[in-house]
Design a binder for this molecule. Structure first.
Ligand SMILES: *Cc1c(COP(=O)(O)O)cnc(C)c1O
Length: 367
């Protein structure tokens, strides 16, 4: 927490705005709009809910195809299944580890050859890293398919100075407990399109028609954020830039220890167009060149009570999505085998950093 969250929460308590509406919700939405320069934002109770609503707004129906980056957390793909639609998974390109524009094109051609143009494309900004979004957009525009950006991990990241989540037709953010800023649980849908955001707010509050009684002509959801949690969000927005700087500093620190080791690579910004919040610092280890596997390093860290995690296991390798089409050439498979997320919390202390450094130096430099 940054410090001012409690002030906003107390104000909600004092004024009795203890509901999924109120001044903190309006204030938090304004803060997000201001920070991302998205014209419109609706805060919701999770990033997953935001993606579910985005797919409904993109008119996804049972049996439709929706294209999704394979290398991601399951929450990017699950809402496709909620709607009875079919996810079509696309591999990563090796530079940013995000959606490959080439395989995206191939996946779209497959769907069209099956007689169904995909209803939406979901690229992801893995660990905060901007994707090759201009190339992805060029492919999407060629076929006229809307993009819904999963920017759950990349609040504070930009491509050519523009916030991730603001390139496509809609973008989603997450404020879950593990993200760069948090409301404990929460998310947002952002868009240039005011109608989309109005409709999202309507659907998220049980789709109540305007009437004195409860009248419904559509299926609604209970997806709005609480005014209490939005208070935490307003406080967190005040420290977002500082958090991004802290995470980037951690990334620089890891580089200062590990850069130049043959067979060890960082997920890195390809050039100055890309600005990552470095939510997590992630590396890959080539066991043939280094003589140690990702898993051996993970266990060495664990012996010292330091938790590091493998990268997300790609969706096309998940049992639950076994029957879904996939297009790629094994880039994400290899990232999963060789990749590790290093401890990256913005609250890492000097003592903790020294402990991590000791294991890394012992493993890579002195062995
Ligand atoms: C966290 C996350 C989500 C889901 O956000 P929640 O707020 O936890 O529902 C979606 N996609 C990605 C890539 C995430 O990391």
């Amino acid at each position: 927490m940054g410090g001012s969250e409690l002030g906003y929460v107390n104000e909600a308590y004092r004024s009795n705005w203890v509901a999924p509406l109120g001044p903190n919700i309006d204030g938090f939405e304004k803060d997000i709009e201001y920070f991302t320069k998205a014209n419109h934002a609706a805060v919701l109770n999770s990033g997953t809910a935001a993606l579910h609503l985005a797919l409904i707004l993109a008119d996804v129906k049972p049996g439709d195809y929706v294209i999704c980056q394979s290398m991601t957390f399951s929450a990017s793909a699950n809402p496709i299944a909620y709607l009875g639609a079919i996810p079509v998974f696309v591999d990563s390109e090796p530079e940013t580890w995000n959606m490959s524009p080439e395989y995206l094109d191939e996946a779209i051609r497959f769907c069209i050859s099956e007689g169904k143009k995909p209803k939406a494309i979901i690229p992801v900004y893995l660990y905060g890293m901007p994707a090759k979004i201009d190339e992805i957009m060029a492919v999407a525009q060629k076929y006229d398919i809307p993009i819904i950006e999963d920017a759950a991990e990349s609040l504070g990241s930009t491509y050519q100075g523009k916030a991730t989540g603001t390139f496509g037709s809609m973008g989603i953010l997450s404020f879950n407990g593990n993200k760069i800023i948090t409301t404990s649980s929460g998310g947002a849908l952002i868009s240039e399109n005011a109608e989309h955001i109005d409709k999202a707010r309507f659907l998220a509050t049980q789709a109540r028609d305007i009437a004195p009684h409860y009248q419904h002509s559509e299926i609604g959801y209970n997806y709005r954020m609480s005014n209490i949690l939005a208070g935490i969000g307003r406080g967190q927005m005040e420290v977002l830039s500082e958090r991004v700087e802290q995470r980037r500093e951690i990334n620089r620190w890891y580089r200062s220890i590990l850069e130049g080791i043959e067979g060890l690579e960082f997920q890195a910004e390809p050039d100055s167009d890309y600005y990552s919040n470095f939510w997590l610092t992630a590396i890959t280890i080539n066991p043939e060149k280094i003589g140690i596997t990702r898993e051996e390093l993970r266990l060495k860290l664990l012996e010292e009570d330091i938790e590091a995690r493998p990268l997300w296991k790609p969706m096309h390798l998940q049992p639950v999505f076994e029957s879904s089409p996939y297009f790629g050439s094994g880039v994400s498979d290899k990232l999963f085998l060789q990749g590790l997320c290093l401890p990256s919390g913005s609250n890492l202390t000097a003592v903790q950093k020294a402990r991590i450094e000791e294991v890394l130096v012992r493993t890579f430099i002195e062995h």
